[in-house]
Design a protein around this ligand. Structure first.
Ligand code: ZN
Length: 263
């Protein structure tokens, strides 16, 4: 459904780029204007379609650890229960925190999506604040009129475990179940085709249906959550801790988002 929107937006960008340096068309002279102004209908210029909006949700936040009362507050979990507002997230064994990884990754994904004509909205504006709570993160996508939402995380498991997985709400809460699964599958395919291995310790083939993630449960647009890898695995920790490694994750995630928008 969003194919024409994005394609047109990208085509418009491409056309603008191609015409850089083109000779501008000549201005019509007074005589030409006189003979056509009253008798020839002027074709209305088709307005550019609006850019599709994608919500990026970098997991956790740098101020969470020092705001225990705020982040342990119970909020709706999207299935009739409650959950803590937010958590601090995990870290590598060297202390590189998940919130810093997700924040940096989100900037890299954002740059790539915006270059492709997508408008990106974020759930947080920096990496030293508190929250927002998971239910607010879930609600942010509809508020932004986003066509898709992607939460970015990294896991903290046994050092021998490795690989990414993409979570989606299962069973679905809103009417977005099939589209959320399609988004998750497309992201999975993009990560895997970039050579990033699917998790060998959770989910199946890089996908994991979850009923306990409030950010997924409370989102009313197609939404998926990427756990890029296991921060406790030495090789994956090294990749996540390096700009080159984060760029690789960003390339795969943004390719997955764009592939989702194109279909
Ligand atoms: Zn996380």
């Amino acid at each position: 459904m969003v194919t024409p929107i994005r394609s047109a937006a990208v085509a418009a960008l491409a056309a603008a780029a191609l015409c850089t340096g083109c000779t501008p068309p000549p201005e019509p002279g007074p005589a030409a204007a006189d003979t056509t102004s009253r008798t020839t209908p002027v074709a209305a210029r088709t307005p550019d379609p609006p850019a599709p909006v994608v919500l990026l949700d970098p997991g956790h936040n740098g101020g969470n650890a020092a705001a225990r009362t705020a982040i342990t507050r119970q909020v709706p979990d999207g299935r009739g229960g409650t959950k803590p507002c937010n958590t601090t997230g995990t870290s590598t064994s060297d202390g590189y925190p998940e919130h810093a990884f997700t924040w940096d990754l989100a900037q890299r994904v954002r740059t790539r999506l915006e270059a492709a004509g997508v408008r990106v909205v974020m759930t947080r504006t920096d990496d030293d604040g508190v929250g927002p709570c998971v239910d607010e993160r879930g609600a942010a996508a509809r508020r932004a009129s986003a066509v898709a939402a992607v939460s970015l995380h990294a896991d903290g498991s046994s050092p021998s475990a490795r690989g990414f997985h993409v979570a989606y709400a299962d069973p679905p809460v809103h009417g977005t179940g099939p589209e959320s699964l399609r988004l998750a599958t497309t992201l999975r395919d993009a990560l895997r085709s970039d050579g990033i291995p699917p998790a060998d310790y959770i989910g199946r083939d890089g996908l994991d249906g979850r009923d306990d993630l409030a950010g997924l449960n409370t989102s009313a647009v197609p939404t998926a959550l990427v756990e890029a890898g296991n921060m406790r695995n030495p090789a994956e920790a090294a990749a996540m801790s390096s700009p080159q490694g984060r760029d690789r994750y960003a390339a795969a995630v943004s390719a997955g988002v764009l592939a989702h928008l194109e279909r």
